[in-house]
Design a protein. Structure first.
Length: 437
């Protein structure tokens, strides 16, 4: 088996500015092109160099040829959303759709992964941390391709939504992309071009782990990861489809193996309000700089955090994000928690109505303009008058869904001398490391 060629969806815009740093071949015309280019979406077609196209494909003239894309949006819908210019290797494909021009990069999987581990982490991270991330990023990618090749199996649990007047329960998996294999943002894996690969160690890591992935019972592992688990990792089925994965289970993120029962509300509250020892309980800037890029570091608290809302802020936020006017918010009541203390179902009690929301990502979206750091939180109500709080404080744990590898915890493990194999076996118990190509 060789490394596959994959298609990565970078963005969808009405106007795309790009430039070829070396010669590229426009396959439709056979023309060799370099320099600044621009394509516009007009009436469902792509206008390029005075001609109309449904699709454009540009092939690189050599393996080191690259192109630049202007104003690529990263962190879509998250609190760190912004635009940046990015550089990519491989072919460039522009496809006209009803929403605009879809920009797709066709690239060798190993080149893609070289960028991913430098985009998800810092290129200056420790070698063992980068090696661990190379393996899980490759595993996740190939698992998605495997799912795509077995559509009957992937449809066993399609994206689910239970919605009525009293509740919305929804889980989101990777978007089912039709035009490409994976997207370039946090909804799949961060893929922000070759300029992120600023350290020669990244190339060494990719060479030493080439073709390595995790498997379980002969299947490629669907290896998930998040920034900070908060001390205990979450079970797969509590965030996505109701299918347990033996290697995506509750793991205490510490050298001690004992796991508290954070599905119990009293245990969860004690846990979240305290700061138990954990690999991901890190204040050391040197460690954080390995696991986090510059815009990630704008978030000050990862392991434990606090968000305050006035009554007006919270009620207005819930009204906008859920589309339901519950009136003044009286309480936020956890109905079900997962293995990490993350809330799976949350009852929002309003003056006019009561509404239940889940799973974890839907909860995070309902309680923040972008995404709440995680759904592992407890609530303090203050300034209560006639049963209506004037202020809510959310005391929380971790950043992200908490399933699989904890990036900050893995950075600390590497700093403590753990090998990448030990890091992988810690976060994915029962998974086997193997070389596929």
């Amino acid at each position: 088996m060789e490394a596959p060629i994959i298609n990565v969806g970078i963005m969808t815009h009405k106007a795309v500015s790009f430039s070829f740093n070396e010669e590229y071949v426009h396959t439709e015309s056979g023309m060799f092109i370099t320099g600044e280019q621009r394509a516009l979406w007009v009436n469902g077609k792509i206008v390029y160099n005075g001609h109309l196209y449904q699709e454009l494909f540009f092939e690189p003239s050599g393996p080191e040829a690259s192109f630049d894309l202007k104003a690529v949006t990263i962190g879509v819908d998250f609190h760190w959303q912004r635009e940046e210019n990015q550089r990519f290797k491989g072919a460039l494909n522009l496809v006209s759709t009803e929403e605009g021009i879809v920009v797709i990069n066709q690239v060798d999987a190993e080149d893609y992964l070289t960028s991913v581990i430098s985009s998800e982490m810092s290129a200056n991270a420790s070698k063992e941390l980068l090696k661990a991330h190379a393996v899980i990023s490759r595993s996740w990618l190939l698992a998605q391709i495997e799912k795509k090749l077995n559509p009957d199996e992937s449809q066993a649990y399609p994206e689910q939504r239970i919605e009525n007047e009293e509740e919305v329960i929804r889980w989101y998996d990777r978007e089912n992309h039709e035009l490409f294999d994976v997207c370039a943002d946090d909804h799949c894996q961060r893929y922000q071009g070759i300029l992120r690969t600023s350290n020669p160690i990244v190339e060494i890591v990719m060479k030493e782990t080439r073709g390595e992935l995790l498997s379980h019972d002969g299947r490629i592992c669907d290896t998930r990861f998040s920034k900070c688990c908060g001390g205990v990792t979450e079970r797969f089925e509590n965030c996505w489809e109701p299918v347990p994965h033996a290697y995506l289970t509750a793991v205490r993120d510490a050298e001690a193996n004992s796991c508290p029962d954070l599905t119990d509300e009293r245990e969860a509250e004690r846990w979240i309000r305290s700061k138990p020892e954990a690999f991901c309980s890190v204040d050391d800037p040197e460690i954080l700089n390995q696991a986090l890029n510059n815009y990630d570091l704008e978030t000050a608290d990862f392991y434990r955090w606090r968000v305050d809302y006035s009554q007006e802020e919270l009620s207005g936020l819930i009204r906008r994000k859920t589309g339901r006017d519950l009136g003044a918010i009286i309480d936020l009541i956890p109905l079900e928690r997962g293995s990490s203390g993350r809330i799976i179902r949350l009852k929002i009690v309003g003056e006019r109505a009561t509404f239940t929301v889940g799973k974890e990502l839907e909860i995070r979206r309902a309680l923040s303009e972008s995404h709440l750091y995680s759904s592992a939180f407890v609530v303090d109500k203050e300034e209560v008058h006639q049963g209506i709080p004037g202020k809510f404080s959310l005391i929380g744990s971790g950043w992200g869904h908490g399933v699989g590898l904890c990036q900050i915890g893995a950075a600390m493990m590497a700093a403590k001398g753990y090998s990448y194999r030990e890091i992988l076996s810690h976060y994915f118990p029962g998974a086997v490391l193997e070389k596929r190509y």
